[in-house]
Write a protein of this length. Structure first.
Length: 459
């Protein structure tokens, strides 16, 4: 599925074991885009054998219908096409299923079934419901998750079946059964539920049960709102930046973190990842000097801010015209679960800007609106955009953005990495140079050397 934000830059962390740890955690997270699909893994723990492929094809309509739809998409070269996702969702709807895509970018089919079932849960009546989620992996069609739900006396039991499409074949690869410990149909038109189940592979790693989090937009959403979201809001999101978490405007930038924005916008401006990375040693803090034009070009491509104001909101060295830059390190790693934005209203203003009302949807917390905020954007010629302002809409029901971890303050950084900070560019250092700062307790191993080390010529 072609999302403008699907290639959101992932900060390089420069140490193999840490990358592997993150991949492992992402792979076992219950809120990942693609669920665990170990072949033959009976997550219900009931001893039932996985049915053979031939039996599945004859008895399971999800495989029968899904195989044809996915194969046609693959043959047409449209596995990442939003309209193909929409077609698949709608064709399952034509077979009577309540169906939706895994990113809630397409209106659900047969939403009346879901609303009726939720009513039975509230009324403590008996009822059944099947929901299909069309999954993607990094924007490409990947499989289907089928949720079979049953309710009685106000309690909900769920059976999730995971289907994988690979090598022109679709099969059910695993199942999980759980009680919906958390169940809610929200005022914003979302069905959100979660529960835990036993998975032997997960238990070996964590000594705890695995969890499943589901969030489905049931009520339809204006398509223009969806398009504006994909174009302007989703590419930024809420990961490792506070553009949509703080109040600010072009006259007062408040607590906006321009270093996180540099990380966010650099790949779009330069077509490559940020080259200024954290040190391979967890105990070492990396510090860079970035030339003025390079730093300002990245920020000013998306934020209308003059050089003087930007320099006052960062650490700038006028003697050599460079900005200090410290990449996020081990102590600034955020929670692996993030919310996503959903534009629910928009206004086109007379000055050419567009004001978007955005809900923060957080499946991991079971919330369809952690808070709402208004974002003003200024579309530019050639498809560019400037972000003009952000304002958190006041409400007694607002919650904090607990997933976000601010960068270390200068005091915290010195406490973690050392008490003396190098501020002078050494004679003959390369442009765009970097040095490692070694904590005071490690100086003896380096013969008490405080010399900055120019790793390589980045420019």
């Amino acid at each position: 599925m072609r999302f403008e934000g699907k290639d959101r830059y992932k900060q390089k962390i420069g140490r193999n074991w840490f990358v592997l740890l993150l991949i492992l955690l992402l792979g076992i997270s219950g809120c990942a885009d693609t669920p665990r699909t170990e072949s033959g893994d009976d997550e219900q723990g009931n001893g039932a054998a996985k049915p053979g492929k031939e039996v599945q094809e004859k008895s399971d309509p999800v495989i029968e219908i899904g195989y044809e739809l996915f194969r046609n998409a693959e043959e047409a070269g449209r596995m990442d096409d939003l309209e193909m996702f929409r077609s698949i969702v709608n064709q399952f709807g034509g077979h009577g299923y309540a169906a939706v895509d895994g990113r809630n970018q397409i209106d659900m089919t047969e939403p009346e079934q879901v609303i009726s079932f939720c009513g039975k849960v509230d009324a403590k009546k008996e009822g059944k419901l099947t929901i299909l989620k069309i999954n993607d992996l990094e924007g490409t069609l990947d499989g289907i998750v089928k949720y079979d739900l049953k309710t009685e006396d106000g309690e909900v039991e769920a059976a999730a079946s995971y289907y994988k499409y690979k090598d022109q074949d679709m099969e059910m690869v695993s199942t999980a059964g759980f009680h919906a410990d958390r169940w809610k149909y929200t005022e914003d038109g979302y069905l959100m539920f979660s529960g835990s189940y036993f998975s032997e592979s997960f238990y070996v790693l964590t000594m705890s049960a695995a969890s499943e989090y589901a969030a489905f937009r049931v009520l339809p959403l204006d398509e223009t709102c969806r398009e504006l979201n994909r174009k302007y809001i989703l590419p930024v999101g809420y990961e490792r930046n506070n553009l949509f978490l703080a109040d600010w405007n072009e006259n007062e930038f408040g607590a906006l973190d321009f270093y996180d924005l540099y990380d966010l916008f650099y790949p779009r401006v330069n077509g490559r990842q940020v080259p200024y990375v954290m040190d391979d040693n967890l105990g070492v803090g990396a510090v860079y000097r970035i030339p003025k034009d390079e730093f300002e070009n990245v920020i000013q491509s998306y934020i209308n801010i003059d050089s003087g104001t930007l320099q006052s909101k960062t650490v700038f060295f006028p003697e050599d015209g460079t900005y200090e830059y410290k990449p996020r390190g081990f102590y600034e790693v955020e929670n692996l679960e993030y919310p996503y934005p959903e534009v629910v209203q928009y206004t086109k203003n007379s000055d050419g800007t567009i004001t978007l009302t955005v809900n923060v949807v957080f499946p991991f917390a079971g919330m369809s609106k952690v808070y709402a905020h208004e974002v003003a954007v200024r579309p530019l010629e050639g498809g560019g955009v400037q972000y003009v302002s952000n304002r958190i809409l006041p409400s007694e029901e607002n919650r904090e953005g607990t997933w976000h971890k601010p960068r270390l303050t200068p005091e915290q950084w010195e406490e973690m990495y050392g008490t003396e900070v190098l501020r002078q560019k050494p004679p003959g250092a390369c442009s765009g140079f970097a040095w490692s700062w070694v904590p005071a307790q490690g100086m003896e191993r380096l013969n008490n050397s405080l010399n900055p080390v120019c790793f390589h010529d980045i420019i």
